[in-house]
Structures are given as structure tokens and as C-alpha cells.
Design a protein around this ligand. Structure first.
Ligand SMILES: Nc1nc2c(ncn2[C@@H]2O[C@H](COP(=O)(O)OP(=O)(O)OP(=O)(O)O)[C@@H](O)[C@H]2O)c(=O)[nH]1
Ligand SMILES: [Mg+2]
Length: 369
């Protein structure tokens, strides 16, 4: 099991509690990847150091401790600039003589670890293409005159540029841009096929309800509870990367047939502090949300950070669908702790796990059709 050190800085406008909770989330990401956090470093700082993210003294101290504790990977809960990555790689490297910048210890930022998990969980061609695109977009600003460790050949990525000089760096960037164009074309084809399928569904009068929410809120469990669809459910982050569809009968007395069949779409979960290019890369998958007739925003009501997570999802939803699609908040996991704000209209409380509250939810879906 990979032994990780996780690192962050805490600016004055963030409370220590908030920073701790963010570190807990990063720990879950490391665990989902298959690692274990053995060391945690938080430093109060106005902003990360341009050279070493942590202040130089603190970074040196952390590197010594990490060596002592035989750490295999360094993960920063922010976005790393190439110079920061290079300097940290050198500092944390077990091989003190290596001044090439190539580290025997990978130094990743938050986006890197998320992309690694995506790579591990991706099953379909669509997901794999989107992840490749996100990875390349994330890598472009990092192309530097040394290998990042994340994309070198033995790890199955693009070639490194160590020692290649300015010309080589430009060449590498051009190569990446060409790859991006190629993948974008392939994704466009996938999008077209899916768009045709959606049009076909719409023409035949089938409505679609999209399940959207923070990762691990219980979207897939709800899809299974409502439709019986056998989808992957796990207590891990980003278990679902592709849109999966199931169908459910929604009773409606006003309907000539006493109800109607509706498609339910499970989607990729969201997380805080995502770079916009990552969401942009998943546009093919998220098109299902944009074209849905109704969005159910699934919230884990047993989560102490539900308000913050709700806000993260709200912000992404505004970007994605604006006010075009009606949104209903569904508070899930009510078998653990009932929490449902009285002020919130259209607030529904369910347990996808115990299949409680599903009739109420169906009524709400039917009212919105
Ligand atoms: N107690 C309880 N646990 C639930 C409920 N719904 C889901 N879970 C658990 O929450 C965890 C995450 O469930 P998923 O359905 O995979 O969550 P998700 O939103 O699809 O997660 P991602 O695909 O990773 O974004 C699993 O361990 C589920 O068993 C519920 O109503 N009650
Ligand atoms: Mg899921």
C-alpha cells in the first residue's frame, strides 16, 4: 500500500476546522486510490510559497520526516505550479544526489490524484477518452524541462521532456495540443451518438430525470432503488464515471395511462476545488444533465459538510443548466440522521439504502412533469 504525506496551507480566511475537513476529504481520495495517509502537514500561510508551496523551512522539515517515515508519495491539496513541483520533488527525493529534478517520489496535486482515481475507475470508452483529455489539459502548463513523473513513459503517459530545452518544451506542447485535438474529435463523435439517442428518446415521449450530486451522496444507490438497475455502488469517491440509465414507472392520475415510464440517469459526482478544465472535459457525460427534463440534486444528509457540498453542486449546476431545468433537492441517507431544512421548498427526505420515501419522491417527479 502506498504511504502518502498530505500537505496544505491554511490562509487567514479559512478556519483550521475547515482545513482539517478538507484534509479528511483528501485522505479519502488517497484511500480510494489505494494509498494510506501516514503524515499530514498544515501550515498557516497567507498564500502558498511560490517555490516550495509550504515555507522553505517547513517544507524541509516535512521532507526529513517523510524520509524517516518512508513515504512513497507527496500530495498537495491545491494546484501545483511547475516550479513548486520541481522543488518539492527534489526535496522529498530519497536520492539526494539526483539534481535532474526527476524524483523517485511522485509529487501530485489535488487534480493529479483525482485524475488517477478517474483512470482507475474508468470502464467505458467515453470515460477513458474524457479522462485522457482532462489529463492532457492538466499537463500542458506543467510541461517543463524535466519529467513530472505523472506522465512519463513507464507510467503509460506521454514522453518526458527532461533536458530537452526550450525548443523541446515547445515541441512537446505542440504534440500535446495535437493529441488534445484528436481526442476532442473522438469525443465529438461519442457526443453525437448520444445526442441522437436522446433525441430518439424525446421523440418517443420519454422524459429523463438526472441524478446529480456530490460524490458519495448515494446517486447510484437511488438509481438502483428506483429502477432496479444493477449499478456499481461503493463507499468510495468517484465510483461512477459514466452516465447510466434506468427506467421507472411514475404513477400519475392525470395521465391517460395512469402514469408514465421515465428514464433516470445516474451521473458522475462533483467535488470541491475542481479546476474548470476538468468539468469541461466531462461535457459529453454531463450533456445528459443539460438535456434532462428534471434534475434531482442528491444530498447526503448524514454529512456534517452537507451545506458546503450543496453549495459546490449548486454552483456547478448553475454553470451547467442555468435555470433551464427544474431542480429538486433530495436529502438522502435519512436512515442515518434526519436533516431537512424547513425553509427549503420541495425538500424531500429519502433513504435510497432502505428504500424509504421513494413514493413521495415519485410524486414530486410526477408533479414536475
Ligand atoms: N446509510 C445509508 N447509506 C447509503 C444510502 N445511500 C447510499 N448509501 C451508501 O453511500 C455510499 C455511496 O453510495 P453510492 O450510491 O455509490 O454514491 P454515489 O453518489 O453514486 O457516489 P459516486 O458515484 O462515487 O459519486 C455507499 O456505501 C452506499 O451504500 C442511504 O440511504 N443510507
Ligand atoms: Mg455513483
Amino acid at each position: 500500500m502506498l504511504r502518502a504525506i498530505i500537505i496544505d496551507t491554511v490562509p487567514p480566511d479559512k478556519t483550521r476546522t475547515q482545513a482539517k475537513l478538507e484534509m479528511e476529504e483528501l485522505t479519502r481520495l488517497v484511500e480510494t486510490y489505494g494509498g494510506i495517509v501516514i503524515l499530514e502537514v498544515l501550515q498557516n500561510r497567507g498564500r502558498p510559497s511560490a517555490k516550495t508551496y509550504l515555507g522553505t523551512g517547513k517544507a524541509k522539515q516535512a521532507a526529513e520526516k517523510a524520509k524517516e517515515m518512508k513515504v512513497d508519495m507527496v500530495i498537495i491539496n491545491g494546484f501545483l505550479k511547475p516550479a513548486q513541483m520541481k522543488n518539492l520533488s527534489k526535496m522529498f527525493s530519497h536520492d539526494a544526489e539526483d539534481i535532474t529534478g526527476k524524483s523517485d517520489i511522485p509529487v501530485w496535486d489535488r487534480t493529479d490524484i483525482i485524475l488517477k482515481i478517474f483512470e482507475k475507475h474508468a470502464k467505458t470508452q467515453e470515460a477513458k477518452l474524457q479522462i485522457k483529455l482532462a489529463k492532457l489539459r492538466h499537463e500542458i502548463p506543467k510541461v517543463y524541462h524535466y519529467q513530472t513523473g505523472l506522465f512519463d513513459k513507464e507510467r503509460g503517459g506521454i514522453s518526458g521532456t527532461r533536458g530537452a530545452g526550450e525548443k523541446g518544451v515547445e515541441q512537446e506542447k505542440r504534440h500535446i495540443r495535437a493529441q488534445i485535438k484528436d481526442i476532442e474529435k473522438k469525443i465529438e463523435k461519442v457526443k453525437q451518438t448520444q445526442s441522437n439517442q436522446r433525441k430518439h428518446r424525446k421523440r418517443s415521449g420519454l422524459k429523463t430525470v438526472a441524478l446529480v450530486g456530490y460524490t458519495n451522496a448515494g446517486k447510484s444507490t437511488l438509481l438502483r432503488a428506483l429502477t432496479g438497475k444493477d449499478v456499481y455502488i461503493a463507499d468510495e469517491l468517484f465510483a461512477t464515471l459514466d452516465t447510466r440509465l434506468g427506467s421507472v414507472w411514475i404513477p400519475n392520475a392525470k395521465h391517460p395511462h395512469g402514469g408514465e415510464k421515465i428514464m433516470i440517469a445516474d451521473t458522475i459526482g462533483f467535488i470541491q476545488n475542481l479546476p474548470p478544465h476538468l468539468i469541461e472535459s466531462f461535457k459529453a457525460t454531463l450533456a445528459e444533465v443539460q438535456e434532462a427534463d428534471l434534475v434531482l440534486h442528491i444530498i447526503d444528509s448524514s454529512d456534517i459538510q452537507q451545506d458546503l457540498k450543496m453549495q459546490v453542486v449548486d454552483e456547478i449546476l448553475i454553470e451547467l443548466v442555468g435555470s433551464q431545468v427544474p431542480i429538486i433537492r433530495v436529502f438522502n441517507k435519512n436512515d442515518q440522521q434526519l436533516w431537512c431544512s424547513k425553509q427549503q421548498q420541495k425538500c424531500i427526505s429519502v433513504s435510497a439504502h432502505k428504500k424509504q420515501g421513494l413514493d413521495d419522491l415519485k410524486k414530486q417527479i410526477s408533479n414536475n412533469n
